[in-house]
Design a protein around this ligand. Structure first.
Ligand code: TXA
Ligand code: MG
Length: 363
């Protein structure tokens, strides 16, 4: 067990504390910090031993490469071999922000950081604490999401503390993040940028800036399979809360009726169930439940509202937090109203497909 210093920085960036945390990073220690997407678990990206510490703290397989975070463009040049012309336009449009770009790496970047690959993932986060910390460290900061491997990425400080207390030197609690899903990862080594992980910055956003963009066929494949998985649990163990997750998409009324059937059965069996639904669904479902459940039974139903379905960014922001919240409420199951596979919805459904181990029902 390590001694972990927890620093609360909810309102303003505290320069003295940032200097201390920056020094810890420079000395090879691990510091968890907020970014606009999710919390990161940072270490000096150029120090192999420090990087080993990340894999150990997370329980993460060492062949999974890390994203290197920078606070200025000069550092980028030290980390990469070359860049395509269109990259300048992407940087101007999306940095600092939730876009990670993959380049051919320079010799300075250790293979430990890149999981043995000849490429390196780089991002300039759009968060005052993250930017100040990287600057104070004076080194590029490799940081995966600050969760124990397999769990939902933490989007509020308390879940970083829960996962990482005793495992890292320092945790900076900056409250709730603004995006809530990990950055879009785009390979910019080819003639046309290719998205490897969907996020808030979409393929259309990128195409608007550089003329074209492609999506890794592996993501498209899972997109076409929005059906009951044939072998749930075999392929994915990612973003998974303790509770069993099921996702429902399609015609609104049919989706809500299907959810009602399932949750009535669970509540009648005295099993806690969480409902991640939109504000628009709430009244309709409450009505159905009033008729179907006794007062005692309805105590097993927990609504975790996701704002309006017209603004899927709210679901994106709250998704990981509420998966963990449902565990805190001792829910055995989580039923989620999914979203159309477009815009930020592509990223949301990508994470939901993994969190549910493929239990996405199209009805
Ligand atoms: O928003 C984010 O990206 C957060 C915050 C902390 O910045 N970080 C994050 O890191 O999500 P992580 O380690 O959980 O996910 C990094 C993703 C993984 O899917 C990894 O395989 C991919 O980026 N990646 C990293 N380097 C790569 C490379 N050289 N080639 C292909 N994929 C790479
Ligand atoms: Mg992660």
């Amino acid at each position: 067990m390590k001694e972990t210093k927890v620093i609360s920085m909810l309102d303003t960036v505290l320069e003295e504390e940032i200097t201390v945390a920056g020094r810890l990073l420079r000395e090879g220690q691990i510091v968890a910090f907020p970014t606009e997407t999710v919390y990161g678990l940072g270490a000096n990206a150029l120090d192999e031993n420090a990087i080993m510490g990340i894999f150990e703290a997370k329980g993460r397989p060492e062949d999974n490469p890390l994203i290197v975070h920078i606070s200025d463009l000069e550092t980028l040049e030290l980390l990469i071999e070359s860049k395509r012309d269109y990259v300048a336009d992407l940087m101007a449009a999306f940095w600092p922000g939730p876009l990670t770009m993959i380049f051919r790496k320079s010799d300075r970047v250790p293979f430990k950081t890149t999981g043995g690959l000849g490429t390196v993932a780089i991002r300039m986060p759009n968060h005052p604490i993250a930017l100040a910390l990287i600057k104070a460290a004076g080194v590029p900061v490799a940081a995966p999401s600050a969760n124990i491997s397999g769990k939902p990425s933490p989007t509020v400080g308390k879940y970083v503390v829960r996962d990482m207390m005793g495992r890292v030197a320092c945790i900076i609690d900056g409250g709730e993040v603004s995006v809530g899903l990990e950055s879009t990862v785009v390979d910019v080594t080819g003639e046309v940028p290719m998205i490897l992980r969907p996020g808030q910055v979409t393929c259309d956003d990128i195409a608007r800036v550089v003329g074209s963009c492609e999506i890794d066929p592996a993501i498209l494949k899972s997109k076409g399979e929005v059906l009951v998985a044939k072998s749930p649990g075999m392929k994915y163990k990612h973003y998974a809360p303790e509770a069993k997750v099921s996702v429902f998409v399609g015609d609104n009324v049919r989706v809500l009726k299907e959810m009602e059937t399932r949750l009535v059965a669970l509540a009648k069996a005295h099993r806690h169930v969480a409902l991640m639904v939109f504000e628009e669904d709430h009244a309709f479902l409450s009505q159905l439940l009033k008729a179907a459940l006794s007062t005692e039974e309805s105590q097993y139903v927990h609504f975790l509202l996701q704002g309006s379905f017209k603004q899927p960014n709210t679901l994106a922001k709250q998704l990981f937090r509420d998966l963990r919240e449902a565990d805190d409420l001792s829910c055995e199951e989580i039923l989620i109203h999914g979203v159309p596979d477009e815009g930020v919805g592509t990223a949301i459904m990508n994470r939901l497909s993994k969190a549910s181990e493929g239990r996405v029902f199209k009805i």
